[in-house]
Design a protein around this ligand. Structure first.
Ligand SMILES: *Cc1c(COP(=O)(O)O)cnc(C)c1O
Length: 390
C-alpha cells in the first residue's frame, strides 16, 4: 500500500466484502465455541508442535475473531493484528510485552486517562518509569527518547485534541531504537494509518468508532508479524484478555459502515464546532479541523472534540438542559454525548490522582453523533441560553 492512497478509499473497498464466508453467506458465522476438537492424535500432536495452525481454544485463536483481526490488519496496512476484550486490554498487553523492570517509557502528555493510570499505578509497581512529553514539541521528544524502551503516542490527544507530527516523531524513535505504539482510536484507519507513517504498533479502543453502535467493549493492536507474534505468545495467553467471537462479529458488522459513518461524524462535528467557535459564550474550541491544515497523514476528523466556556456559565445547568447530547463517557457510537471536564476532575482527585489532565474546569467534551447537525446545534444553543448566569 502506498502512502499517498487516501485511507478513506482504501477502507471503503476493503470493508465492502468479507473474505471468510461459510455456506456462501455474505456475513461470516459466529463461531461461538470455547474449544475445537482434533480428528486424530496425529493432528493434535502436529498442532501442538506448531506444524499446523488451527484453532484449539478460543482464548488463542477463533475464526470469527480472526476475520476481524485480518480486516483491521488490512485497514491499518499492517501484516497482522490481535483482538482484545477491551481497548485497555490491548494497551496493557502490548506495553507489558515490551517493557521490563528498570525500563523507561516516553509518553505524550494528555494521553487517554486510563493509559496514564496504568503507567502510574501498575507499571510503577513493576519498576517501569514513564516520562511525559509535549508531543507537539519535537525537540522535547528528541531529548526524552535516548535510553527509553517504548514511545507511547496518541494523536489527537483525548481531551485537548493536540495533533502531532507522527512521521517525524516515529522517525526520531526509530533512530533511537525505541519501539513506537500509537493509539489511533480517534481518527480510525479511515482517516489516519500510523503504520504508513513509520509507527511500529497501532492500537484501538474498538469500543469507539470501529464498533460504532455503543454495544461492544473491545480492543485491537496491529503491526508486523514479528511484533504481533510476540504479544500473542508472551502476554495474551497469560493475561488472557482475548476478544470474544460474538463481539468480533459485532465489530465486523460495525466496520462495514465505518467509512460512511466517519464522513457523517466529520461533517456534523465540524458544523457544530464552527458555530461554537463564533459563539460569544465560548472562549475556545479544540478541534483539529478548525484553523490550520491538518497535520501530514491525518486525512479527516471525527466527531469528538472539546470547547471551553467563558467564566459565568453554569455547566451543570447546561448539561442538564441538553436533550440530544446525553451525559456519558465513551464515544464513537451513533449517539451524541457530553462530558464536562469538572466531573472528570472529581474522579481524578481519587486514589489514582496525581493526574494532570491539563484541562480547564470550564472545558466540555462533545461527541457529535449521527442525529444531524441542525438539531444538535439547536440543542446546544438552547442549553447555553439557560446556563448563562446573570
Ligand atoms: C476508550 C479509550 C481507550 C480504552 O478503551 P476501552 O475499550 O474502553 O478499554 C483507549 N484509548 C482511547 C483514546 C479511548 O478513548
Amino acid at each position: 500500500m502506498t502512502e499517498s492512497v487516501d485511507p478513506f478509499d482504501h477502507a471503503s473497498l476493503l470493508l465492502a466484502h468479507d473474505g471468510v464466508n461459510a455456506y456462501d453467506a455474505v456475513v461470516p458465522p459466529i463461531v461461538q465455541t470455547s474449544l475445537f476438537t482434533f480428528s486424530s492424535y496425529a493432528e493434535m500432536e502436529e498442532t501442538y508442535k506448531g506444524l499446523k495452525v488451527r484453532p484449539t481454544y478460543s482464548r488463542g485463536l477463533n475464526p470469527t475473531v480472526r476475520a476481524f483481526e485480518e480486516k483491521i490488519a488490512g485497514l491499518e496496512g499492517a501484516e497482522d493484528a490481535l483482538g482484545f476484550a477491551s481497548g485497555m486490554a490491548s494497551i496493557s498487553s502490548t506495553v507489558i510485552t515490551f517493557v521490563s523492570p528498570g525500563d523507561r517509557i516516553v509518553c505524550v502528555r494528555h494521553v487517554y486517562p486510563d493509559a496514564y493510570r496504568l503507567f502510574e499505578t501498575l507499571l510503577a509497581r513493576y519498576g517501569v518509569a514513564v516520562t511525559y512529553v509535549d508531543g507537539c514539541d519535537v525537540d522535547a521528544v528528541a531529548k526524552a527518547l535516548p535510553g527509553a524502551k517504548l514511545f507511547y503516542m496518541e494523536s489527537p490527544t483525548s481531551w485537548t485534541m493536540e495533533t502531532h507530527d507522527v512521521r517525524a516523531l516515529a522517525a526520531l524513535a526509530r533512530a533511537n531504537g525505541v519501539l513506537t505504539v500509537m493509539d489511533n482510536s480517534w481518527a480510525t484507519p479511515v482517516f489516519q494509518r500510523p503504520i504508513t507513517l513509520g509507527v511500529d504498533l497501532v492500537l484501538h479502543s474498538a469500543s469507539k468508532y470501529i464498533g460504532g453502535h455503543s454495544d461492544v467493549v473491545a480492543g485491537v493492536v496491529a503491526g508486523s508479524k514479528e511484533l504481533i507474534g510476540r504479544i500473542r505468545s508472551a502476554t495474551l495467553p497469560y493475561l488472557g484478555g482475548k476478544l470474544s467471537p460474538f463481539d468480533a462479529w459485532l465489530l465486523l458488522r460495525g466496520l462495514r459502515t465505518l467509512p460512511i459513518r466517519m464522513k457523517a461524524h466529520e461533517a456534523a462535528a465540524l458544523s457544530v464546532a464552527r458555530r461554537l467557535a463564533s459563539h460569544p459564550d465560548v472562549v475556545s474550541v479544540s478541534h483539529p479541523g478548525l484553523g490550520n491544515a491538518l497535520p501530514e497523514g491525518l486525512y479527516g476528523t471525527s466527531g469528538l472534540f472539546s470547547f471551553t466556556f467563558r467564566e459565568g456559565i453554569d455547566i451543570p445547568a447546561f448539561a442538564d438542559r441538553l436533550r440530544l447530547f446525553k451525559l456519558g463517557v465513551s464515544w464513537g457510537g451513533h449517539e451524541s454525548l457530553v462530558v464536562p471536564a469538572q466531573v472528570v476532575r472529581v474522579q481524578a482527585a481519587g486514589p489514582n490522582s496525581a493526574i494532570d489532565f491539563g484541562v480547564d474546569p470550564n472545558m466540555v467534551r462533545l461527541h457529535v453523533g449521527l442525529e444531524g447537525a441542525g438539531a444538535l446545534w439547536s440543542d446546544l444553543a438552547e442549553a447555553i441560553e439557560i446556563a448563562r448566569r446573570p
